[in-house]
Design a protein. Sequence first.
Length: 409
Amino acid sequence: MSEAWIIDAARTPRGVGKQGKGALWEVHPQKLLSTVLKALVERSNLNTSDIDDVIMSCSTQFQKQGACVARMAALDAGFSTKASGVTLDRFCGGGITSVNLAAANIMSGMEDLIVAGGVEMMSYTRSEAPPTPLDAGNLDLRRQYPQLNVGIAADIIATEENFSREALDAFSLESQQRAGRALAEGAFTKSLVAVHNPDGTLALDQEEYPRPQTTAESLANLQPAFEGMMDMEFFDSGRSYRELVAERWPGLEVEHRHHAGSSSGVVDGAGALVMASPEYAQKHDLKPRARIVAMANMGHSPEYILNAPVDAAKKVLGKAGMTLDDIDLFEVNEAFAVVPMKFMRDLNVDHAKVNVNGGSIALGHPIGATGSMLIGTALDELERRGQSTALVTMCAAGGMAPAVIIERI
């Protein structure tokens, strides 16, 4: 079996995902993604007629983000019409899955050059896409697995696992501080690609979401974000979130501990990686930056939604024949503070190795794009530190988590 090499990684800055507020909200999702695709072609001097596929993740495939954004963005970027495209959805985990599928196709020998990544314009989808329950209205499934709001699930996990509001806030503050240091040190510069408005003016060339001025006091003053939902009707079910929680978790008094400052930010963004077989790379003088060591997917209890990363990490380490001690850096998406905190506690992983440049609490989480961004961030940081291996994983709705281990070449 061949190896799959990472040739390069690039991404946009993350813009605040609110119409009229964020810097990217007027950019079409295809344009946002094509900005990254163009940059990757230029940086690696790719012949786009050799690209076997463009595999992209997008979670809300609605109107502007529908119609196979991967293929349309590739065409918009000026790729050869020979370069096919496909768009997938694994909720938050799709940006890792797109890379993993690209790697699998290359390792099998079926393809040689793939661009993989993701895009999400949350300023668009949050305002215009209709809200849909995770069960898509399947009442039989709902009775079996009541999949509620992810923020309520985060509070349920924090309550059951005894993560205090103070501990969650302390982690969130550290995420902001780490992101602030990373920005000051230029840790993200290598991968960042500037985005322009339709009229050609600069839209954004730096991260827009982080708040490095955040303090413990400012976080302590924030009100819980999801407590107010408990008495709302769960879509058209005739029952409230509180009733559904009481049915699935009888006797549990949910303590609402997450808020805007301990939850991932709503942002716009796109990211992608160039993946190639060693044979193709060597023949075309493409210098690899890393290789894929192992990949895994893991499911967990759908109603908890956020708990699969721990098992995904164990599985991918087993596939690689590695232990936690073999990993230099971890990227565990900060969907909510409880997710990486549970990961570190359950696996006894030192926080000094996890999300060293901050995470989605500070930087934002453009759903379908985040996984690819995290892989690129991990690779950039391995190079900055002169280290070797990184493990990247993230929770995804439906109680899932993809994972990947990369190793510098």
